[in-house]
Ligand binder design. Structure first.
Ligand SMILES: Nc1ncnc2c1ncn2[C@@H]1O[C@H](COP(=O)(O)OP(=O)(O)OP(=O)(O)O)[C@@H](O)[C@H]1O
Ligand SMILES: [Mg+2]
Length: 289
């Protein structure tokens, strides 16, 4: 962190050096007071070390900068500062035997684990709208309701089982909750999905995505359960549903991203082009039907 008094006074400082593993690029991340109030951060490609460029990035991010005649010296001081290294993971799931990347946090059993951030949607595919709300105790007491519903229990178990697939050396498999309309399928799915950070049914991934779109979402759920709401609404209309479901489940079960995700090119090659997922789907009709 900055010890330079000029940068401390203005609140402009280099907070970390970020390695974006998906983009295979390094950034210097600066923090500054914002014109709209809260602090803003600007990620500046590491090759841009001139004060002018960093100032432009900061302004673009809404930073409130000191007077024009002072800002260059202040930003130059911030550029010269050292900052800890932080890595942004390219994908979710197991990173090594004791580090697991979720959508919102990274859980590590190692003592002095290096700082790792979860991937952004840009490389890992869109995951819909996840967020942190409430606390663990509140969630647990709410989820006691699952003892009245086997479907909710299954959904919750699936969410927590998915990370174990890799450890147990088990292949991908999917679960389909099927039953008549308004029988509680989506509600059960949502109970499980709430452990991932989903708050409402509308936010769950659906089969409305194209197959390649859905596969890139699946990649973002590596070593996770992926709740897919109402597979009967797959794009292409009723006659086409089977086709879409078959293609998609084939892709998901195979754990192969057929389209080859661009962010993996040149990283560790074939190894990262597979994923393990546990799709938790709902449908009015059974897969057989
Ligand atoms: N276990 C349950 N006990 C009582 N009510 C429930 C239960 N599960 C869901 N419900 C309520 O039943 C209604 C329908 O639930 P939900 O939308 O989950 O059904 P669904 O099977 O997904 O229906 P659809 O096929 O129309 O999508 C909701 O109002 C929900 O709150
Ligand atoms: Mg439903």
């Amino acid at each position: 962190m900055s010890t330079d008094s000029a940068t401390l006074n203005t609140g402009i400082r280099k907070v970390f050096q970020l390695h974006d593993e998906g983009a295979q690029a390094w950034y210097d991340v600066y923090e500054a007071p914002g014109i709209a109030g809260p602090l803003v951060t600007a990620s500046v490609p590491r090759e841009d070390q001139s004060a002018g460029v960093v100032i432009r990035h900061l302004l673009r991010c809404g930073a409130k900068l000191p007077k024009t005649n002072e800002r260059k010296a202040i930003v130059t001081a911030a550029i010269a500062c050292d900052a800890p290294i932080v890595r942004r993971a390219a994908r979710n799931g197991w990173r090594d035997a004791s580090t697991f990347v979720t959508h919102r946090t990274v859980v590590s059993g190692r003592d002095n684990a290096e700082a790792i951030l979860p991937p952004t949607g840009a490389y890992a595919g869109s995951t819909g709208h996840m967020q942190d709300r409430g606390d663990l105790d509140g969630w647990r007491s709410l989820m006691l309701i699952a003892r009245f519903s086997t479907a909710m229990m299954i959904a919750l178990a699936a969410i927590f089982a998915a990370p174990l697939l890799k450890i147990a050396l088990r292949p991908n498999f999917g679960l389909v909750l099927f039953g008549p309309s308004r029988s509680g399928k989506s509600t059960a799915q949502l109970a499980g999905a709430s452990a991932l950070g989903y708050g409402q049914e509308e936010d769950l991934p659906s089969l409305n995505a194209t197959v390649s779109g859905l596969l890139s979402v699946a990649v973002a759920f590596n070593d996770h359960a992926i709740p897919i709401n109402e597979i009967g609404t797959a794009r292409g209309g009723k006659n086409n549903v089977y086709e879409v479901v078959r293609e998609t489940t084939y892709g998901l079960m195979n754990g192969q991203d057929i389209i080859r995700h661009p962010s993996w090119a040149g990283s560790d090659g074939g190894a990262t082009a597979t994923f393990q997922v546990l799709p938790l789907m709902s449908s009015e009709h059974s897969p057989d039907a």
